[in-house]
Design a binder for this molecule. Sequence first.
Ligand code: ZN
Length: 492
Amino acid sequence: MSVFLKTASHSHNERIARIIWAAHMLFYLTNTQSHNRQPQDTKNNGECDDRDTNEPSDNETDYETERAVILSGSRTPIRRKFLDCIAQLLSPCKGWNGVTATAIREGEDGVEVDVARNDGFFSRGDRADSAVITYCTRLEGYLAGCDEGSTEVTATSPEEFELKAINFARRRVDYWIEDLREVLKHHLNSTKSTDGLPQSSPRQEDANTWMTIKDLILQSCPNQCATRYRVLVVQQAYKCVNTPEIQQTLSDNFGAQIATKLWTKLNFLARPLADCRLLASIVTREPHFRNCKIVPIPPKPKTTLEPKYMIEIFTAWEQIGLESPPKCVIQKLDRFNKEFKTTCAEAFSLHAEMQLVLHYEEKLAPPPTLDYFGCSKKTCLLCEIVLDTLPSPVSTRGRHGVCYPAWGVPNSGADTIQLAVQRLETSLVDRIGGFLGGLMHPRRKGQAVNTMQSGFVSDLSRLTLEELQKRENDVQSFKSKQAVHRNELMIR
Ligand SMILES: [Zn+2]
């Protein structure tokens, strides 16, 4: 064991408890605000308010851009796209449960792809697991069967696996059909007639393609042939996103803003078919990828705190070693005081990315040959911190920067995991400290800028001398409260 680890003598269990406490506190203070550090990511902040679903921010690239990546022929981007496509094809639904992550081991004659899912493959031992195994085998068969020309398959005659892929993702597809229908109904009156266009012009053709999917979406799904309807919609959406000129048609019809919205939704709808075709295109360029073994990994134990770590929020705050918070923070945290103890007592599953990390640390499979995990969704803040602190940092398609407290902590005696977890704790405590610093010194550049709650700041900036005195008293009362909690804890 390294000297560094010896000096940090907190027990691993205690550290795990502090991470869970700190993650909850950071979440209570900043909610679903993004903690992204790079300014270009902040544009997604407003879209990250749905903690369990795929937001448009998870899919900022469209099919055209993805194809360009593959056609560029660059080695690493192609492998990354390969992993992302497989992750997406194996993610059956929107929401936390269905999030998947993939990693690759590449040999001369073939590749192995490990895949993990948030809710854990084989964790229930029901029919769904055997269905996944069959689906993986079919995907392997699809990749094996892709050869020159298969990417030219028309949207009206998808391969057998492509139909399976659409069916596998039916809950996701149905969601986007409904979503697109709502938007279309809302903006129906904006649709302009295309009668003035010459019948044989490419623009008329584009307009017709768009009108076909629009009519399909607006008609209700016939119950008895839902599967067929779904396939038709996905095929038509794929045809649209494969014709970039349709963006212009949409813009002409609805204006630029709504056109962008519709285009994003069409990309989501086309996803199962687009992923299959992207994979087909990739294996044409990397023929040894046809020999692909897909391995769903078994789930990892959930994180559960020992009863002695289920404590009051202000006691936890003190044990983490945080300075006394200002009144507005006390008030904010106090609102969560009741639920804190019970919430922290829940069993938290490991996110798919962390399952993969642990899988390799436990030497249950040889390590991947690429420092990249494919993901069906952007990586959360806590996973991002851990992936960044590994000896060989692992990147993903991007991060949304939101702190989700229901996060299982990788637990292992391996030095790598112990160090990563130790750094995660430090990082979370620093972030809470940075948040407090931002409240106390709102103008201090770079501190808590994108996590600040405007109400807190205005509370502080309006303080009079008298109020400052009152706040000081509040801090004193908080300290005595802490002392009481400490005593209670010792008595137990
Ligand atoms: Zn995560």
